[in-house]
Ligand binder design. Sequence first.
Ligand code: ZN
Length: 422
Amino acid sequence: MIRATVADRVLDAVEEATPEIVAFSSELIRVPTINPPGEHYPDCAQIIADRLTACGFDVDLLPAEGAAHHTPTHPRINVVGLRRGRAARPAVHLNGHYDVVPAGEGWTVNPFGGLVRDGRIYGRGACDMKSGIAAAVFAAEAIRRAGVDLQGSLEISATPDEESGGFAGVAWLAERGRLTASRIDHVIIPEPLNVDRICVGHRGVYWFEVTTHGRIGHGSMPFLGVNAIDQMSRILDRVQRTLVPVLSTRTTAMPVVPEGARHATLNVNAIAGGQPIDGIQTPCVADVCRAVFDRRFLAEEGFERTKEEVITLLEEAAADAHIRYTLRDLLVVHPVATAPDSPVIAALERGIQAILGRPAMQVASPGTYDHKHVDRIGGIRSCVAYGPGILDLAHQPDEWCAVEDLVNATKVLALAVLELTT
Ligand SMILES: [Zn+2]
């Protein structure tokens, strides 16, 4: 009975804070933290730090010293706020990234205006994921306003660069020991996965670059050279004929959404060969061609097998058509999956049922996000993504988040934090 009363007080506090939650989301959207290159990061970090301080957190602003893209022009700043309860553990950590992708074309509203209209907050980052940061902050604040003393501790971090891999953000915090299993028990990342869905992991990523090496010759006598673009086209043809159909037959047991991403996939990201296409052309046989591939692999496939398959394909193509090639790994992200019996899943499931009156759905993300660093570097297995906003609207023109979703997600987060820290 006492618990129910506490929960009710907290939920009332969230409800009453609605105008503040919306205003804070808007305020964050109005700082154009565009990545690349990473603009206005210190401004945004300071706004979040000030808010956390006002909400009773001890706040550290941590420049990502040593990180590759941390420069005087574009500093990478991490914000970590800690509110101690009666004990250090259990410790719950809510993490959101404050960088956003460029606005792009096709907007009918100012992408950095923070407009609120007809129950929606508009702007780049409205769903991915400045509303998520606001939800985390006000979930914590509602608990405080309800006069609840937490048993364990609560941390909120806001980090840069998730959109470009998270190396100066969550990975940096994990490497420095701030976000590791030795300090933290549960992590929730309020990414926009829809208000009734809990994200329990993602597929793996293998980006690789293939270069074909031909031999330059006069374009009027191409038979005297070896054309690297022709060679690359043979490789691409083999990829489409033999590899892609096989990948589409492999299905993961992880609940990846959308359905199409439940299979292994491959995308050709980029290709460049021969002379620069806008330059002055001379009659030459192209002696180099490079292509970049984005292979998303399933937990069931694993990285070793995935790479082996690529090498086999290249070797066969090379033997067939006397192709000289080199293969270079650009990025490897291993798949991650939350332990199914993880308390963070159970707490959010109960919260979603209580607030939305329907069962939560477990999903896995088609793409990777900061969960990988929490898991791989931080060693924290009890990590999920849960937050306001519709996944499909992320990175789109006229991105928005419904105020109703934002408030509901804040309530769910508050209930989950209460449960996990008491
Ligand atoms: Zn995001």
